[in-house]
Ligand binder design. Structure first.
Ligand SMILES: Cc1cc2nc3c(=O)[nH]c(=O)nc-3n(C[C@H](O)[C@H](O)[C@H](O)COP(=O)(O)OP(=O)(O)OC[C@H]3O[C@@H](n4cnc5c(N)ncnc54)[C@H](O)[C@@H]3O)c2cc1C
Length: 569
């Protein structure tokens, strides 16, 4: 049995930041199923928010203004005390990244450059061209290694082990050998990222599967607000690769097939820089009503036009966007508009935790996209997610340090871990031996299409019920999948498909939460309940696992100083 005082599952920005916080003082290890710098954080493009007030036209910006924009953007579902912590810590954590060597883009006077982003009153988004995640993650990895953090890379965690409400460790598979191992720890942090691949047309990496949410749920931890899924307005038509909001932040226009900047109908003031839920719905409406390009039945698209920005600006500020458009759509944005459509992008909900990453189980923590603190509520503002990872990564690292330092008994739960290891070995063996009739690849395709097309940008009762019924059918069928490749060494067929059951369960939680919430709020837009209903629904959804599917409960939203108002842009 492997032992570390602290185990961090996930080598993205949230996990590494937490490990750095404890690295000097405790024996901490990071487990990641890919080399940490290949985590989805590396793909982040547009930037990270903080009220640094560096931009010429942003000198009056403050953390309070950042908090207000975030709360309004969240459609008042975010917990305002947590938002205030995040916006207060933002400049501290961003400057820390600068001092650790992150190569941010600069203003002419040498300060960190900031660009405008959707739903923000000031240019507040710090960036490194359009490769911000790459710059942040490489810097963070360097700092973690420097502090002696041990990294188990290419290990996939399968199960969280709790005993009488206390954390004992995890069971993980070494992907290279196929060997399963028990890891014992005093504190475990899940920082495994979002659940993007439960949906079709996702901008997320293939490894973003909701594994952490599913693991926590199975261990009895409630998930919060899972029905809130962000659809990004601008995914490249076809492969759904993200075209960053920075393209609009730098002045890009959205145009329909009549050449009109249609956002003036939907959000006359903020236009293309409205929050994502509003822009995604506006684009989808243009497509649905025949003002898009291509076949609406096959998705359809509108244009993201950057041609007026000029070659120099595009080359300097958006070089990766240009590369993506040229390689995957055959379009050079210096000369022609980019074809885009809304795509699944971000999981606002997640493991229910507080601003120190603490959950209902002692010694079990969550941070980053897997967690729901909640700072994004019903709709996340662009640039706030990278910020969440470093702010709450740091805070949960500090909380684990305090917790472990205060323990008087350590290395508990050996028997529980050994039992869980045996069960996990049996589960893997059974799956490999099974002669099931279901093809896992096809089943996953049915799942993600059901979710995107039945519980998507626009939702309504009947369609969502059909979606939920389909998900429940898949819940039975997933028990009959077969694994074609039976080997042990680097068997990705096995590793990926071990997760399918959990993905189906996440789909069930999302669908049921969405059907039950009879209002429209942020990203959750119902054609049959078009208004926000604060009297009945200003509350967080909690989903608990039972053998008959999720049991839903609710808890209040924390309001400090921003009373809910109508949301106009
Ligand atoms: C294309 C794209 C662009 C984005 N751009 C921006 C942006 O400009 N600004 C912004 O604020 N946000 C952006 N976001 C969102 C933001 O990047 C993510 O929310 C954030 O990086 C998530 O970080 P994380 O540390 O929580 O998880 P991740 O970076 O996703 O890392 C998850 C880690 O968990 C590990 N893991 C997962 N499951 C297991 C398992 N079972 N066992 C072992 N390890 C496991 C993975 O190996 C990985 O190391 C973007 C997202 C995408 C997809």
């Amino acid at each position: 049995m492997i032992y570390h005082q602290v185990l961090v599952v996930g080598g993205g920005l949230a996990g590494l930041r937490a490990a750095i916080e404890t690295g000097d003082k405790l024996d901490v290890a990071v487990i990641s199923r890919v080399n940490p710098v290949r985590s989805h954080s590396v793909a982040a493009q547009g930037g990270i928010n903080g009220a640094l007030a560096n931009a010429e036209n942003g000198r009056d910006d403050t953390p309070e203004r950042h908090a207000f924009d975030t709360v309004k953007g969240s459609d008042y579902l975010a917990d305002q005390d947590a938002v205030e912590i995040m916006t207060h810590d933002a400049p501290i954590r961003i400057i820390e990244m600068e001092h650790w060597g992150c190569p941010f883009s600069r203003t002419p006077e040498g300060k960190i450059a900031q660009r405008p982003f959707g739903g923000a009153g000031y240019p507040r988004t710090c960036y490194a061209a359009d490769k911000t995640g790459h710059a942040l993650l490489h810097t963070m990895y360097e700092q973690a290694i420097r502090r002696g953090v041990q990294v188990y890379e290419e290990w996939q965690v399968q199960r969280l082990v709790l005993e009488n409400g206390k954390t004992r460790g995890v069971i993980a598979m070494n992907l290279i050998t196929g060997q399963l191992e028990a890891f014992q720890a005093e504190a475990v942090l899940l920082a495994t990222g979002g659940a993007g691949r439960v949906f079709a047309r996702s901008t997320n990496s293939l490894i973003v599967t909701g594994a952490g949410q599913a693991m926590a749920y199975k261990a009895g931890i409630p998930l919060k607000d899972m029905e809130f899924i962000q659809f990004h307005p601008t995914a490249l038509y076809g492969p759904s690769i993200l075209i960053s909001e920075a393209a609009r932040g730098e002045g890009g226009y959205l145009k329909n097939n009549r050449g009109e900047r249609f956002m003036e109908k939907y959000a006359p003031k903020a236009m293309e820089l409205s929050p994502r839920d509003i822009v995604a719905r506006s684009i989808q409406t243009e497509i649905n009503e025949g003002r898009g390009f291509g076949d609406p039945g096959a998705g359809g698209y509108v244009h993201l036009d950057l041609t007026h920005l000029g070659k120099e600006k595009i080359m300097e500020r958006l070089p990766a966007i240009r590369d993506i458009a040229m390689s995957f759509a055959g379009v050079d944005p210096i000369e022609k508009p980019i074809p885009i459509q809304p795509g699944m992008h971000y999981t606002m909900g997640g493991i229910d935790c507080n601003a120190d990453g603490e959950t209902v189980a002692e010694g079990f923590y969550a941070a980053g996209e897997v967690a729901c603190v909640s700072v994004h509520g019903a709709n996340r503002l662009g640039g706030n997610s990278l910020l969440e990872t470093i702010v709450f990564g740091q805070r949960s690292g500090a909380a684990m340090l305090r917790y472990v330092m205060g323990l008087d008994k350590t290395r508990q739960g050996t028997i529980a871990l050994e039992a869980a290891l045996r069960e996990e070995k049996e589960r893997v063996e059974e799956l490999l031996q099974r002669d099931g009739a279901e093809n896992p690849g096809r089943l996953h395709e049915e799942l993600r299409n059901t979710m995107f097309y039945k519980i998507g940008v626009f939702r309504q009762e009947e369609e969502m019920r059909e979606g939920l019924e389909k998900v429940r059918e898949l819940k039975d069928r997933v028990k009959k999948i077969h694994i074609a490749h039976k080997g042990r060494r680097y068997n990705l067929d096995l590793a990926r498909n071990l997760e399918l059951e959990g993905m189906v369960e996440m789909a069930e939680v999302i669908a049921l939460g969405a059907i039950t919430r009879k209002e429209s709020r942020g990203s959750h837009y119902r054609l049959d309940h078009r208004e926000r209903d604060d009297a009945n629904w200003l509350k967080h959804t909690l989903a608990y696992r039972t053998d008959d599917g999720p049991r839903l409960d609710y808890k209040p939203v924390t309001i400090t100083r921003y009373q809910p108002e109508a949301r106009r842009y």
